[in-house]
Design a protein around this ligand. Structure first.
Ligand code: ADP
Length: 581
């Protein structure tokens, strides 16, 4: 309660007033007392001196004739206000205004003694023990022609003066009390007026600290308090604006970080997860181990533990590869947390790997025939006198290998043309039956020579749209494969099954088949079930890849099914002309 500014103000006012009144009161009472007493003393002293001057000749007379003293005091009873005594130098009462019984007695009042000794007037104030009233005692010496003859003692009651002073003092203090009460009331009102704006501003500051910037302080004056209220209102407004702007910025940033394509993870100094954005959630879901922490998944613990500097590394999470860029956040030179940027590089890595594989495959595919051509050429050059049959044999091998290289490079060129969409497509209507028959015709001789039965089954009037050369290449590859991998005595059938929107072209053989585990890979470039066998038969591993590319270019799809040592069936499904799909 004492901390309240109102109480302090009231207390200060009251103490000030009280102190002032005390000082004024003390000074006033003292001055009044002094002034009244001085006047009274002078009057009494003057009367005493008058008595002394009248008594002097009587005492001188009495010294010569003891009976000659006649009462001076008795002659002036109207003058005497108190009790007057005329004393001889020994202090014995010669005359008194208070009854003759005291004559002849010795008086020993201090003022009398003082005057007797000093021969000077003396005054004193004492309380009369009988009446209990204040008395002013005055003693003056009686001298006659310079000789000390005795003392006049004059005692006057001054109770009236004291009563007056007491009354005045009482009035003064009563008035002071009233003034004090009025001041108290006024100071309470004043303190309220001064303290109200302060209290309101304080309340406003508290609301602001609690985050409420909507309130405003009422500005009731244009003094310093008014300015304070206006300033705090301005402050509230500016702060609200700044905070709102801040919040907007934060939301924007949060939205950007949350929805950005790259994963963002923030870890604290103990590598506990603080923030994970949506992308990071997706990327870091490891189906095998849900219990792993984000830091463990990213391998931050080890990395940061050994070296708290920036780092980039690739981590396998589940089946995917993640590129992680880890940056430590520093504050005052201390590592305070980590920000990890995560990017899924699985596809990129696959592409890179495919490119590497492709280059190595191409090099390998070219090196084999080239090595063989080179060695045959060396033999021919070293044995120029070899017989013509051997030479032809060797040249035949060289020709076959060269053909293989030509086929390989042609297939590669076709594939790259299809990949880059640079091969122009010459669209035309193609009758399916005609397409199949002409393909079978092209292989009939070869089939017969290999002892394999090759035939078209059924007839259809279905028509498709496509590039005839490309589609011929599809059937050439499929029939070529069927012939390559079907032993003598086998059978290859080519059939077309029209559906409402598509035509299914099926090439089925009774050949060696493909192991189930290799089946998903046969459409990959350079994939061969048995490299030696395929190469021996002139395969490059690109045939089925080409088939798939061309089919897909025609908005179709290709499937393969096979049983080992039973046979293989390849189905090419192509949209029929003029049928929307
Ligand atoms: P290749 O030029 O080696 O024949 P392909 O891409 O045409 O390459 O075929 C890929 C692999 O699939 C072949 O190496 C072969 O092992 C297997 N394959 C394709 N067609 C048949 C089939 N009709 N019978 C058995 N295996 C086949």
């Amino acid at each position: 309660m004492w901390r309240s500014i109102r109480v302090k103000l009231v207390a200060v006012y009251l103490l000030l007033i009280l102190f002032s009144l005390q000082v004024i009161g003390a000074y006033f009472v003292r001055s009044l007392n002094t002034s009244l007493m001085r006047n009274e003393t002078q009057t009494v002293k003057a009367q005493a001196q008058l008595i002394a001057s009248m008594a002097a000749p009587e005492i001188t007379k009495a010294a010569k004739d003891p009976q000659g003293f006649s009462s001076v005091l008795a002659s002036m009873p109207q003058l005497i206000n108190g009790s007057a005594y005329i004393l001889n130098p020994q202090g014995v009462v010669l005359d008194t205004s208070v009854g003759r019984a005291l004559i002849g007695q010795k008086r020993v009042d201090s003022v009398v003694t003082e005057t007797t000794v000093s021969k000077q007037p003396a005054t004193a104030i004492r309380v009369d023990p009988i009446t209990n009233q204040y008395l002013l005692e005055v003693a003056v010496p009686i001298t006659d022609q310079g000789r000390f003859q005795g003392v006049v003692e004059y005692d006057v009651p001054v109770q009236g003066i004291y009563t007056t002073i007491h009354q005045v003092t009482t009035i003064f203090y009563t008035a002071s009390l009233v003034a004090l009460l009025l001041t108290a009331a006024l100071s309470v009102i004043l303190a309220q007026t001064i303290a109200r704006p302060v209290v309101e501003v304080t309340r406003q500051a508290r609301h602001m600290a609690a985050g409420d910037f909507t309130r405003r302080v009422a500005v009731n004056s244009n003094d310093e308090f008014g300015e304070l209220s206006t300033a705090i209102n301005d402050l509230a407004e500016k702060l609200a604006e700044a905070l709102a702007e801040n919040a907007r910025e934060r939301d924007r940033l949060q939205a950007v970080i949350t929805y950005m394509g790259e994963g963002v993870v923030v870890l604290d100094a103990n590598r506990e997860t603080v923030f994970v954005n949506d992308a990071a959630h997706r990327l870091l879901t490891n189906p095998e181990d849900q219990a792993q922490t984000v830091a463990d998944l990213l391998g931050v613990r080890n990395h940061a533990g050994s070296d708290s500097t920036e780092g980039t590394f690739v981590r396998a999470i589940g089946d995917n590869l993640m590129h992680v860029h880890l940056t430590p956040m520093r504050q005052h030179g201390q590592v305070d947390g980590y920000v990890a940027l995560i990017r899924d590089v699985t596809e990129q890595e696959k592409l890179n790997q495919a490119r590497r594989d492709f280059v190595s495959n191409v090099s390998h595919e070219l090196r084999t025939p080239l090595t063989s051509i080179k060695s045959y050429l060396e033999v021919l050059l070293d044995n120029q006198d070899a017989d013509a049959k051997t030479q032809r044999e060797f040249l035949g091998v060289i020709e076959r290998e060269t053909d293989r290289m030509v086929r390989l490079t042609q297939d590669l060129l076709h594939l790259s043309g299809l990949d880059s969409r640079q091969t122009p497509i010459r669209w035309s209507d193609i009758g399916v039956s005609d397409w199949l028959t002409s393909a079978v015709d092209r292989f009939q001789l070869q089939a017969a020579s290999l002892g394999v039965k090759l035939e078209v089954q059924g007839k259809t009037d279905a028509v498709i749209r496509g590039d005839r050369d490309m589609l011929d290449r599809v059937l050439d590859n499929l029939l070529g494969n069927a012939l390559k991998y079907t032993a003598s005595g086998g059978r290859i059938t080519l059939s077309a099954i029209p559906h409402s929107t598509v035509v299914k072209v099926v090439v089925a053989d009774t050949g060696m088949g493909i192991p189930a585990e290799d089946l998903p890979h046969v459409f990959e470039r350079f994939f061969r079930v048995d490299k030696a066998r395929s190469r021996r038969r002139g395969g490059s591993g690109l045939g089925l890849a080409l088939v798939r590319e061309i089919t897909e270019l025609h908005s179709g799809r290709v499937r393969i099914s096979s049983d080992l040592n039973v046979g293989t069936t390849v189905t090419v499904e192509l949209p029929r002309r003029g049928v929307s799909h």
